[in-house]
Design a protein. Structure first.
Lengths: 113, 117
């Protein structure tokens, strides 16, 4: 079956730098994408989402970019802080499903003070 | 609002034992889900429900059963636990919409860490 994957399993950045976490998806019928943050011992927490009719969406310190041509999704975190250290998952709505998500394996972001 | 809650938080079982994990949400969400998370892997969908009284299989349903007798609760059962079911289990819920582009974010509980010896 089709699945969501990540280019980098780990990412280490200095505090204050910008972070970019990448994700590749293979199901061209997916039209909803979402990023979750998971801290150790906790459940995933929503960060930001984007629908396929957009190519960019901004939140507070975070930006998601969607490139449907190459089936690529990225999460940009501005001025990364130690509290941003976590595993980040991208997910897609399983080929256009209205309720099922397919998750990638995650990227571990470590922020060094 | 408490959001999505899960009980218990931790459990240790012996092979062959049974147990039920309880998920509750107070957001009046129609959709509920059970996932498992294993080291180095993303979340995998076990079963889900699109409304009270309905359930459906996800990606990895074998060895699990579910029930959604009340809208706010979604139960995950293991009839005969196996070591391969050692995992962290997450419940999630989401609002339902209709039509194209209707997907909404899923809200997750804190997880249940299950060890099967």
């Amino acid at each position: 079956g089709e699945s969501v994957g990540l280019h980098l399993p780990t990412l280490s950045v200095q505090e204050g730098d910008n972070s970019i976490i990448n994700c590749a998806y293979s199901n061209s019928a997916s039209d909803y994408f979402i990023w979750y943050k998971q801290e150790s011992g906790k459940g995933p927490q929503f960060i930001i989402d984007i629908r396929s009719n957009m190519d960019k969406r901004q939140g507070q310190r975070v930006t998601v970019l969607l490139n449907k041509t190459v089936k690529h999704l990225s999460l940009q975190i501005a001025a990364t802080q130690p509290g941003d250290s976590a595993v980040y998952f991208c997910a897609e709505n399983s080929g256009g499903s209205n309720y099922k998500l397919t998750f990638g394996k995650g990227t571990l972001l470590t922020v060094n003070p | 609002n408490a959001g999505v809650t899960q009980t218990p938080k931790f459990r240790v079982l012996k092979t062959g034992q049974s147990m039920t994990l309880l998920c509750a949400q107070d957001m009046n969400h129609e959709y509920m889900y059970w996932y498992r998370q294993d080291p180095g892997m993303g979340l995998r969908l076990i079963h889900y429900s699109v409304g009270e009284g309905t359930t459906a299989k996800g990606e990895v349903p074998d060895g699990y059963n579910v029930s959604r007798l009340k809208k706010q609760n979604f139960l995950l059962g293991l009839e005969s636990a196996a070591p391969s079911q050692t995992s962290v289990y997450f419940c999630a819920s989401s609002y339902s919409s209709s039509g194209a582009g209707a997907f909404d974010e899923q809200f997750f509980g804190p997880g249940t860490r299950l060890t099967v010896l």
